[in-house]
Design a protein around this ligand. Sequence first.
Ligand code: ZLM
Ligand code: CA
Ligand code: ZN
Length: 393
Amino acid sequence: ESGITRPKGYNVSFHCNPDMEKHHFGMTHPMKPWRLTLSKSLIYSYGMSFAMDNYVSRAATYEELATFHSTDYLDFLGTVLPEPVPRDLENQNPDLKFNLGGSDCPLFDGLYDYCSMSAGGALDGARKLCSKQSDIAIAWGGGLHHAKKAEASGFCYINDIVVAILQLLRYYPRVLYIDIDVHHGDGVEEAFFSTDRVMTVSFHKYDPNNFFPGTGALDDNGPKSEHNPGAHHAVNVPLNDGITDEQYEWLFNSIIGRIVEKFRPGAIALQCGADSLAGDRLGRFNLQVQGHGACVEFCKKYNLPLILFGGGGYTPRNVARAWAYETSIAISCDDKISPTLPQHVPWRDQFRQDTLFPTLEQILGEPRVNRNSQKRLQDILQHVTEQLRFVQA
Ligand code: ZLM
Ligand code: CA
Ligand code: ZN
């Protein structure tokens, strides 16, 4: 009545299932589903739930999982039991079925429930975008990008991202998948190798002999056969140790900017693996919460339906900071989040410092040496630009 209009708000939906967070991969396994609880602790303490639609996600059904996974694999996943005695570190059983039961992908109590809840959140989020009930959907329990059609890999058993993108493809002619986890998004790339309706882009640490999974070279751009429409629709951005916010933001914005212009996606799926942050137990980069979040901010600016997934992230306090900051980016119009953590956060001492944006010195003591030259980053951008000449919307 006073002529004051509500600023252009975004409908953001938040999909999680507290039961998922109770699962354990094993005492010293780096993947800790509990990091999701810590992330929510921060998100709720900031009061962000009042600015989103909050859903307890359901478990995906067998039929939903079978839109990507083979039934042989799902049947086995549904019946395997945890091993009575956990396996030693490097004692890999040579006859692992579907790569299940090694030290990376252990069999634990409630494994099938954990997997179907992760996929359920991702799928619920995708459906909210399709029905236009949300502009941005958040599924921090998803993002398990290594899982294959009939194989577990790298802590991932069910590829919730592929299942969610298959849902998006029912409504959107083209979907852009972006992956900022420190590892190569090989499972998603492979799933869409033979279609031109999904373009996959992964930024990752690349060292074929010393860093998992060893794939994702600059010139791996999809099988190049004349009859493969998916050729040239896989973009890989191989990076070295120690990349900084400044370099990453420049490369991300340049590459994604060109891709969106050329590919014209109808929706964006962004995997926000937080193991690309400085100080991650498995990661090698020097990214800060600000630089990681800038990728989300850049994607949001296109005003396309956007789904955010979690993924890796092995230093829980940093994971919680990044995903809380990125949730605030999704919901906020212009107002900035307070850089000081709220007074009463459950598990307050987990965070060590009371800032959302710790400095590299606070995180690491001594930052990792940056092994990415500006020349190399320019060459990467040059390659991607040339690759895009083969792509049309
Ligand atoms: N060994 N325990 C990222 C997935 C990364 C393969 C080398 C296992 C570990 C790691 C497991 C407690 C995402 C590889 C590693 C040691 C063969 C990887 C169990 C420590 C432990 O202490 C550990 C007994 C374990 C696993 C380290 N595994 C570090 N890196 C990678 C997989 C997943 O972030 O991208 C998405 C969620 N695996 O390097 C080995 C080759 C198994
Ligand atoms: Ca990646
Ligand atoms: Zn990772």
